[in-house]
Design a protein. Structure first.
Length: 673
């Protein structure tokens, strides 16, 4: 037969956690207990014991909580202003030994700061206050050295309220005393001791039960311990052993507090300085205000969506940086705001993006989470996910980096331009101004005209769409979101080089109906290697170029363009300064030309050509152009309709055209050896 004892107990507290936030309704979900076994402490016996809650509807008196219990500020029940909100009626649910509730926050002005911090993820901890009406002692303490603790299971208990707290309760959770009380308010609790055979009213057993269940306060303010009814109420002076026991408790409490908050390195300093547990709590709270447990500034990447545009951008930038760092740590340093996302899989980041918007992924399969992330819709909610925007940021960043880092050699000798639309543009050949005429005394200045020719071209758009399925997300294939856009970027840069150098290789017709390199244009030499005599002939041809009014325009080449191979070797020998042994060994063109090697100048067959180009600031050569405001390649993304995933479109607006033949020269070259 079990034996029952009646003792008085105070209200007890346990830690919980804040869950999903609904900004519109000003509500959020809390997990307020798991019933897990926690360690508690008996002041009277200087012993620890374990407490376990039975989290089932039959063991819990939920009428008060489910009927609209208060949501308090730090368990303060002495003032109406301490009521921050209410537990929504009927919102209590029990799932697999875990208890959840929905909290609705007050619209009072003084609550707004707390509501902002909850939305931003700064206030994250909650605590439930409860009474135990019946405990079962299922294991007795072994008081020998190192023996097991007693275990008490709450089989009849009543939650009274839920509170937002600065620091979640320790592993010891604790008892609350009402502010201002000199002793903790008590309520009767029945203790059922299974398997005991002692008399019903055994004083020893009653004292044992009372002592084991007397726990200390977890309130920030120091409270007197709940005192059981002792056999001898006369207090005794603390001895050396009691002082040592108190110091052990203080040290253990501070270490547990710092460990729970993520500041374990603070514990030694606080213990060494002899601070009280309340002073330690204050120090940890100050540290939490400065940064979160991982040492990151909290504000730039809030855990819950706040509606603040800057905060939303900061969150997306933080996740984007974490992905880019994982893709290429050397090119993307991990920023402080991105540290919490380091090591997360793509699917875990997708869950985070959905849930911070108020969505729920509980019970979803991996495929369902991937679909919700791509569809920007979380099941059961009308909340937008940030994930597609984050993936778009990653795609665009990798694309732009690859585009910028892909070599393009034409930028040195060709002229860059910007065009405002896709209409054909006309470029005037400025072949030279008319001669200046002598003005006699009292004479008039005469008007002159600039002869002109015209070249016409227009921008063209190039692009491609590639779909990335949700299987890529499930497989955590980050390369699909980084290497594919990067290849787009490199491809766009290569396309520009292809277009520009095809002008030299294809020798297109100009506005006068003749090809770019033509005998009548005086810019085509006799096939040869790059030799001193061949370069001398080329310089001669440049010097004979005339403007449209048949006047010499005095231009000289600056670059020599060659394919890799023998021609490049010959070019570098001709332009490199040497120490000659005789006049015949002097490199006449050293320092006068810059060599550009370009693989696109390798012909499909036959001889290797080589080219000379003048400075485009002096005369037009080839002009390449971008659309105004769209310089370079860009991506656009959308969630797929035809494809179950994300579609990435790369778009590039680009064009190139030879404007004036006078700044260019071609030699067909000698066949490679």
């Amino acid at each position: 037969m079990p034996n029952d004892q009646i003792i008085d107990l105070p209200v007890i507290g346990r830690a919980g956690s804040l869950q999903a936030v609904d900004e519109t309704a000003r509500t959020f979900e809390v997990l307020w207990t798991t019933g897990a076994q926690v360690r508690r402490y008996s002041w009277a016996r200087d012993e620890e014991f374990d407490e376990e809650l039975v989290v089932t509807p039959n063991a819990m008196r939920l009428e008060r909580l489910n009927g609209g219990a208060p949501f308090l500020n730090s368990h303060a029940s002495y003032s109406l202003r301490s009521i921050l909100g209410v537990v929504e009626e009927g919102s209590i649910r029990i799932e697999n030994g875990r208890a959840f509730a929905r909290i609705r926050l007050s619209e009072r002005g003084e609550v707004e700061d707390i509501w902002r911090d909850i939305r931003a993820g700064i206030i994250r901890n909650v605590s439930v206050g409860y009474r135990v009406h019946r405990f079962e002692r299922v294991a007795k303490a072994d008081r020998s050295d190192g023996g097991a603790r007693a275990l008490y299971r709450a089989v009849d208990w009543e939650p009274l309220e839920i509170s937002a707290v600065a620091i979640g309760a320790d592993a010891s959770a604790g008892i609350r005393a009402e502010p201002g009380d000199h002793i903790t308010r008590l309520h009767p609790c029945t203790i059922t001791m299974r398997g005991m055979t002692m008399p019903q009213n055994s004083p020893a057993e009653a004292d044992d039960a009372c002592d084991d269940l007397t726990t200390r306060s977890a309130d920030p303010a120091p409270q007197a311990p709940a005192a059981p009814a002792p056999a001898n109420p006369t207090p005794t002076a603390p001895d050396a052993e009691a002082i040592r026991a108190e110091e052990r408790r203080r040290s253990a409490d501070i270490m547990a507090l710092c460990r729970r908050a993520g500041f374990a390195d603070m514990a030694d300093d606080l213990i060494g300085r002899g601070v009280s547990i309340d002073e330690a709590r204050a120090a940890v709270l100050d540290k939490l205000v400065e940064s979160d447990p991982a040492g990151r500034t909290v504000e730039p990447a809030p855990a819950q969506a706040s509606g603040d545009g800057a905060a939303e951008t900061a969150y997306r930038d933080a996740v984007t940086n974490a992905m880019l760092h994982r893709h290429n740590p050397g090119a993307h340093a991990l920023e402080a705001t991105a540290r919490e996302f380091r090591g997360l899989t793509l699917l875990e980041m997708a869950r985070h993006a959905i849930e911070r918007r108020g969505g729920s992924t509980r019970g979803m399969s991996k495929m369902e989470v991937a679909r919700a992330a791509f569809e920007q819709r979380a099941t059961g909610y009308h909340a937008t996910s940030d994930f597609p925007a984050i993936l778009a940021n990653v795609a665009n960043a990798t694309l732009r980096q690859a585009y910028a880092s892909t070599p393009r050699t034409f930028g040195a000798w060709a002229r860059r331009a910007t065009i405002t639309d896709f209409k054909p543009v006309q470029r005037t050949q400025l072949g030279g101004a008319p001669d200046l005429q002598k003005v006699l005394e009292s004479g008039e200045f005469q008007y002159g005209t600039i002869g002109e020719g015209r070249e016409v071209y227009a921008l063209a758009t190039y692009g491609r769409i590639v779909a990335i399925t949700r299987q890529v997300l499930i497989n955590d294939d980050l390369d699909a979101f980084t290497r594919l856009p990067a290849s787009f970027g490199a491809s766009a840069a290569d396309l520009e080089s292809d277009i520009v150098y095809s002008i030299l290789m294809q020798n297109p017709a100009m506005g006068d109906g003749k090809t770019l390199f033509h005998a009548d244009h005086g810019n085509s030499g006799t096939a040869s290697t790059i030799s001193e005599s061949a370069l001398a002939s080329a310089y001669r041809a440049f010097g004979q170029q005339k403007g449209l009014e048949d006047r010499l325009i005095s231009i000289l080449p600056r670059w020599i363009l060659t394919p890799p191979g023998p021609r490049a070797v010959e070019a570098r020998k001709q332009v490199t300064a040497t120490t000659p042994g005789s006049t015949a060994e002097v490199n006449t063109f050293s320092g006068r030309l810059e060599v550009i090697e370009e693989p696109r100048l390798i012909p499909a067959s036959g001889q290797d050509p080589w080219f000379l180009a003048a400075d485009p600031a002096r005369i037009d050569t080839v002009e390449y152009a971008y659309l105004d405001g769209q310089e370079g390649v860009f991506t656009e993304t959308r969630t797929g309709f035809e494809v179950d995933g994300l579609e990435i479109k790369a778009r590039h607006d680009f064009a190139a055209k030879a404007i004036d033949w006078r700044g260019l020269y071609r030699n067909p070259g000698a066949a490679p050896s």
